[in-house]
Design a protein around this ligand. Structure first.
Ligand code: LP5
Ligand code: MN
Length: 249
């Protein structure tokens, strides 16, 4: 029998205000995800994450659904995105999942694959990288998490508004990955292909690194009825849309 595939998804941006995306993700967890050896969620699973003490019913529904996938024998892995990097071990445990560092190297179907959310590769976006450097410090996070949930949510709401405004001033290229950053990262992982999300530009790219061609697969986002995942099996990676009409790579 052929070995089961590995599935990768990211950028679901789940929130109370988007029940259609939650329903699509639940259908994915009840369907294709059960026919896999492992499920990797590479960040921005949630529209934002204020802390594991936020017991919003949505968070509980998703934890229960992921836990059921893991109970069915599928290894569930979570990686932080730029919106849910405060998601902690407590929530991962409730979801029956392991938290992965960004980046993480795995071996599957006889070759190395490097997994990342992708935001760290957008090195041309200097204001974002400054913001990231600040909020990824453990001391900053501990101080933020020490505030009340209501204060954290209010602060996040301000940051989201500031981010929306800032993005309107940025050229689209600035918000994509930088080719030199991709090559520098892949140079540290001989022979690996890269899988990431964040940019919402699903595609397959090729990069020449150390005199060889490396693939870079970009996962789709799930906003507004879109959505899809990457399926990795013996034949290699395939981008699969949850709607019939998705055409990628
Ligand atoms: O997510 P997306 O794709 O819309 O935009 C990202 C970058 N923006 C962000 C911010 C998040 O969207 C919103 C925050 C989520 C919750 C985090 C929880 C805990 C943190 C709480 C912080 C108080 O990631 C956006 C990129 C874009 O991707 C493309 O790569 O461009 O980056 C920005 O827009 C950032 C701005 O350029 C600079 C930061 C603005 C805020 C300034 C206030 C600084 C005060 C810092 C103190 C916290
Ligand atoms: Mn992201």
């Amino acid at each position: 029998m052929n070995p089961l595939p590995l599935l990768f998804a990211s950028d679901l941006h789940l929130s109370d205000s988007d029940p259609a995306t939650e329903a699509a993700f639940m259908a994915f967890l009840a369907g294709p995800a059960r026919q896999a050896q492992a499920l990797y969620l590479l960040g921005d699973i949630f529209e934002y994450w204020a802390g594991d003490d936020d017991d919003d019913p949505l968070n509980q529904r998703i934890a229960a659904a992921l836990h059921a996938v893991s109970q069915a024998g599928v290894a569930v892995h979570l990686m932080h995105g730029n919106r849910d990097f405060l998601l902690g071990e407590q929530y991962a445990k409730a979801a029956g999942a392991t938290l992965l560092a960004d980046p993480t190297l795995i071996t599957a179907f006889g070759r190395p694959w490097l997994l990342s959310h992708g935001d760290a590769l957008c090195t041309d976006d200097l204001p974002y990288q400054q913001f990231r450097a600040l909020v990824r410090q453990s001391a900053w996070q501990a101080a933020f998490l020490a505030r009340t949930l209501a204060e954290r949510k209010a602060e996040i709401s301000r940051i989201r508004a500031a981010s929306q405004l800032a993005k309107q001033q940025k050229a689209s290229d600035i918000m994509d990955v930088n080719d030199f950053a991709v090559a520098a990262l892949l140079a540290k992982y001989p022979g690996a292909h890269l899988l990431h999300g964040h940019t919402h530009r699903p595609a397959r790219h090729q990069h020449e690194v150390q005199h060889g061609l490396r693939q870079r697969w970009v996962l789709p986002d799930w906003y507004a009825g879109k959505g899809g995942y990457l399926r990795l099996d013996m034949t290699g990676p395939t981008l699969v849309g949850i709607n019939q009409d998705a055409t990628w790579a």
